[in-house]
Design a protein around this ligand. Structure first.
Ligand code: RB5
Length: 146
C-alpha cells in the first residue's frame, strides 16, 4: 500500500529523528511511502503538512496516512478539517487498534514528545495490520461523521 507520511519539525527533533525512522520502518514492512514533508528541523506550521497529506488521501494517491507532531493533537485537528479524513491521535496501542476497528481511521497521528520511537513503530504496525470491523453500527456512525 502507499502510505502518506507527514510531520512538522517535531519529526526532526532529537538524536534519532522520528520521521525518517518511521519512513524506513514503514518501507521495511513492504509499503511505499509518499513523503508529505516537512524535511528538516526548521520550525513550520503543522496544518500545512496535514493539508498536503489529507489531499493525497482524498485524491487516492495514498491509501492511509501517518502524521507526527509534538503531541499528535494539533496535526490531527488540522487533518480532520479535510472532508473524508478520519484522523485519530493515539497515545496507546489499544487506541491505535480501535481507531481502525471501530472508526476506520485513515490517518494515524502520533506525538514525538509523548511516545518513544519504539512505541510509534509498534502503533504503526498494529494500525496498518488492523482492518475495519465493518458492520451496520460502525458504518452508520462513520457515515454520520461524513
Ligand atoms: C510545535 O512546537 C508543536 O506545537 C506541535 O508539534 C504540536 O505538538 C501541536 O499540536
Amino acid at each position: 500500500m502507499i502510505i502518506a507520511l507527514g510531520s512538522d519539525h517535531a519529526g526532526y527533533e532529537g538524536e534519532t529523528p522520528y520521521k525518517p525512522a518511521m519512513q524506513h520502518y514503514i518501507e521495511s514492512l513492504g509499503h511505499t511511502v509518499l513523503d508529505c514533508g516537512t524535511n528538516g528541523p526548521e520550525s513550520v506550521d503543522y496544518p500545512d503538512f496535514a493539508a498536503v497529506l489529507a489531499k493525497a488521501i482524498i485524491e487516492n494517491r495514498a491509501g492511509l496516512g501517518v502524521l507526527l507532531c509534538g503531541t499528535g493533537i494539533g496535526i490531527g485537528m488540522a487533518a480532520n478539517k479535510h472532508r473524508g479524513i478520519r484522523a485519530a491521535t493515539c497515545a496507546t496501542l489499544e487506541m491505535a487498534r480501535l481507531s481502525r476497528e471501530h472508526n476506520d481511521a485513515n490517518v494515524l497521528c502520533l506525538g514525538q514528545r509523548i511516545l518513544t520511537l519504539d512505541q510509534c513503530t509498534e502503533f504503526i504496525k498494529v494500525w496498518l495490520d488492523t482492518p475495519f470491523d465493518g458492520g451496520a453500527r460502525h458504518c452508520r456512525r462513520i457515515n454520520k461523521i461524513g
